[in-house]
Write a protein that binds this ligand. Sequence first.
Ligand SMILES: [Zn+2]
Length: 255
Amino acid sequence: MCYHFSMSDNWTVQPLLVGTGYSSSCTLLISRMHRVIVDTGLSLQESDLVRALRAKGLEPADIDLVVNTHLHVDHCGNNTLFPRAAICLSREERRWTLAFYAAIFAARAPELAAQEFYPELASHGLKARTIRNVTRMARALWDPVRLGAEDRFRWLETADLPAGLEVLPTPGHTPHHVSIRVAAAEPVVVAGDAVLHEDAEAQVHTMIPYARAQYLATREALLARGERIVPGHGPAFRPVASPAATPPGGRTSRP
Ligand SMILES: [Zn+2]
């Protein structure tokens, strides 16, 4: 029997947790050499994540790499669950996110403090009360310790991911957001919040985009690739029409 593997077809992509309106997708990538998780969900989901892994015959110690698309609290809450894993994240994104959370948590008026980090905030017409509620919820859930120990970090700006995994810069939802393109037999883009959901109108309780026009352009560019997408807050889908060819009435897809 002849075993022929190429670098481009030896990955599989499996959902561990499918993202919802509140929590992020957590996605397992497996090759002969590596077991990788992209995004680790809310800290509240630790036991769900362990259960999902065990259903696939894996333990947290079997994971050797965690990758974060960005560092909103619903995407990185269980990084420390994996005792052997290196943690790949953007150095710039970490700096921005730590500063953002520190500023709004310390502020008497988080709706003002947030404007420094979300320059388009005023144009979204949110009530101050809404922003204060979001701040309170984020403060209850955010624990920078759960990002992981610094000696585990590998910066996406400089580190190489295993062969077959490609970092796509996908800014807009946050300034330094990335997506991971997986060279599986059917290529997959694990998009994080660069694509919140297949349905652009779906209700997702997440932050407003850092830069709305950039977010929309990034989303369109990812959909236009035509490759299967794991969105940040919904089930995987495959766009079947390029934006130019989308018929009136909207995009269709097959599972
Ligand atoms: Zn997010």
